[in-house]
Design a protein around this ligand. Sequence first.
Ligand code: TYC
Length: 102
Amino acid sequence: DDGTDGDTGIITQTRNRTKRPPLYKVLILNDDYTPMEFVVHVLERFFGMTHSQAFELMLTVHKKGLAVVGVFSFEIAETKVGQVMDFARRHQHPLQCTMERE
Ligand code: TYC
């Protein structure tokens, strides 16, 4: 639809823009107490990484303080953050996982 009215020729639609849903980065934060192997396990379990991908990303977080582990729709990002925070709490580790709009 080009927005031009059939009878009058008056333009009734100024734009024809496709709006994509916003995306959210999920981040994992470093701390001094969570065991390295636990973080690797979290990355494998909730983010579908191979052991070597997970180990590499864990080391990045350990050295740099944080890293993006994935980019998702709001609903998926929220679910991942909840799963990680719940799993860490159940194992009594202080691991933090957050999300931010891209
Ligand atoms: N810094 C932790 C340690 O030395 C390991 C760690 C890595 C913790 C990544 C959290 O997101 C994290 N045991």
